[in-house]
Write a protein that binds this ligand. Structure first.
Ligand SMILES: [Zn+2]
Length: 282
């Protein structure tokens, strides 16, 4: 290559061809910037150009909140069954197997006991990559056990939601999880426990209609889709156009449904602040 054709400006980063493997580059859906995957991961899956928050897996939230400190998983041994022997385009059993292989997870939520900046907590983190973060019996049970432990050990409870709603493959058993988790949270609240939720993109259906909206403090990530029914269904039902930004964090903050929007880089510090503020007896 002729010398005059080479890039000399320091701002222009060039990568070795070997690095341009499939999946190495990601286009930001908001600002269209082309981002290097590793760079995005180092920036907590937030666009370095416009701060768009990409969906993040539960393991990355665990890393963000707990780093390399000691943690314990609660109810990790409970795995989904197929009580209805549900069959659609794919059998439920098959779907469970494929999701496990694809995500390395055994369900759509992980419950973790640990310390955030030395404050004792129990954190449940949902993962949309496992059957759309749907709320099946195991999700309900893992969350219920996390609440039980938080009650027993007087820990603050945090739930990070990301869910398409109830798990249709488990029918009524899935819907029962709404009542089960809500009842557990009521017990926790009666004893004065602090419960914080962080709603991430997307939080919808039965999850919104139960534990997601029961937090003492309801936080959300920027521009997250949060709602019960989908916008199209609502539009058809009421026969009217919906306002701009409908069902997004900023809109919901303005209408009073959520308390605060948190950028991912501030999450750990904000959680520590709220826990200290509301639990410090001095
Ligand atoms: Zn962007």
């Amino acid at each position: 290559m002729a010398e005059w054709f080479r890039r000399s400006a320091e701002k222009i980063i060039t990568y070795d061809k070997r690095e341009i493997a499939e999946g190495t580059w990601i286009k930001c859906p908001k600002c269209r910037a082309v981002l290097f995957h590793k760079q995005l991961e180092q920036n907590n899956h937030v666009c370095t150009s416009c701060s768009h928050h990409f969906r993040m897996k539960s393991k990355h939230y665990i890393q963000l909140l707990f780093g390399d400190s000691h943690i314990e998983e609660i109810g990790g041994n409970i795995k989904p069954l197929d009580p209805l022997e549900f069959n659609a385009s794919k059998s439920y059993k098959e779907q469970i197997k494929t999701s496990e292989e694809k995500t390395g997870l055994t369900e759509a939520v992980k419950s973790i006991k640990g310390e955030i900046n030395e404050l004792p907590v129990v954190v449940c983190i949902m993962d949309f990559s496992y059957i759309g973060g749907s709320m099946g019996s195991v999700v309900g049970e893992r969350i219920s056990r996390a609440i039980n432990l938080a009650r027993k050990e007087k820990r603050s409870l945090i739930i990070i939601t990301s869910s398409g709603g109830a798990r249709m493959q488990e029918g009524a058993l899935s819907l029962m999880q709404m009542a089960k988790t809500s009842a557990k949270l009521a017990q926790f609240a009666n004893e004065g426990g602090l419960y914080i939720t962080l709603l991430t993109d997307p939080t919808t259906g039965g999850t919104t209609a139960s534990f997601a909206m029961l937090g003492d403090i309801i936080l959300a990530e920027p521009n997250a889709l949060i709602g019960f029914a989908g916008a199209r269904v609502i539009k058809q039902t009421i026969g009217e156009d919906l306002p701009e930004g409908f069902q997004r964090s900023e809109f919901l903050l303005e209408k009073g449904f959520i308390d605060h929007i948190v950028h991912r880089k501030d999450l750990k510090q904000k959680l520590s602040f709220f826990i200290t503020f509301f639990t410090d007896k001095n």
